[in-house]
Design a protein around this ligand. Sequence first.
Ligand SMILES: Nc1ncnc2c1ncn2[C@@H]1O[C@H](COP(=O)(O)OP(=O)(O)OP(=O)(O)O)[C@@H](O)[C@H]1O
Ligand SMILES: [Mg+2]
Length: 357
Amino acid sequence: MDHFSAANNCPVISDKNFGDCIYADIMETIDLGIVVLGIKKQEIVFKNKFSTNIFQDSGDDLGYRALLTLLLPGFGKDPVSEVFGKFNTLWYKDRLLSYTAYMGSDRFIWIIIRDITEKRRLESIAEAVNSMENISYVFSGIRHELGNPINSIKMTLSVLKKNLDEYSTNAVEKFVDRAMTEISRVEYLLQALKSFSIFESPNIQNIKLQDFLIRLISLVQSDLRESGIKISKVIDPTLEAIEADPRLLHQVMLNLITNASDALDNRENPEIIIRAENINGNVGIMVEDNGCGMSEEMQTNLFKPFYTTKSSGTGLGLMITLKMVTLMKGKMEINSTRDVGTKVTVFFPEGKTDAQS
Ligand SMILES: Nc1ncnc2c1ncn2[C@@H]1O[C@H](COP(=O)(O)OP(=O)(O)OP(=O)(O)O)[C@@H](O)[C@H]1O
Ligand SMILES: [Mg+2]
């Protein structure tokens, strides 16, 4: 774009129709949100497809007021230099947005929005690579995961505080709901961190395989049944016991079953099969599902902390699971085919035959 018309600083293309057409196409396909607000008439003058997709509330597009309150809560109150030309970030419905607003004359505000959710996640994964050896990386990731919702809660509450007298009960309720959603994210993360028993040394014992698996299945069965998932077990009858820490093994199996159950969401005839077989002198316990499976690329990321494809996942589950299996001197293997299913196998030494359950 090397020609600009002096009048309006717009690029000049000799064929006007071609020009209009191509700019409209670019606006609609670009992976940036562009919103133009008209201040005088209090209307949205322009909103491209990307921003329409982001700013929806239960299927309805956000209007002028809602967008202004969400993106520029300080508009009309704070000094112009604090509101415009600044780099802002905001969590909105599971997406992390970065945006900058500009004031064009005193009639229009335009806002350029980027979705940086994936970028941030990839950065945190890159940061946390090798964290199996260096736990401080895990903590930096946790700090980051907690930091985002807390910032967002802080921002939501400060907007609310500033406008407490002006807002209707409905509007107040919306802000409170937004803060509550963020608090749930924090709660969920804390819940996941409970399984950070990886710091303790394992207590390896003989575990009676049949009894252990029967007890485990009876524990998860009713929840799975509610989601329409069938669970069964196929255990080699010649196997009696394995050597592992019962508490850690229990957690390992729960993590794997939870992942299998998540992968079965909206699948036909969802089923989990737990198998136990003798494989090359060790006992392999398998959690097999006929769920969504994973592409090869997804499988390379599996054990990286914070790698998740779930909107409410922490991406710590498999990393912790692998750590627990390794602590018990076991091994873990994953086989998965996209749209077919996944089989996760954990290997442990065979136990003595006079084992306790
Ligand atoms: N059985 C499975 N089938 C398909 N994908 C799976 C399966 N198990 C794991 N995954 C993929 O691996 C990702 C990482 O799993 P992991 O257990 O580490 O985290 P999560 O389940 O996303 O979150 P969390 O366990 O913390 O709730 C999942 O988000 C999912 O994409
Ligand atoms: Mg998981």
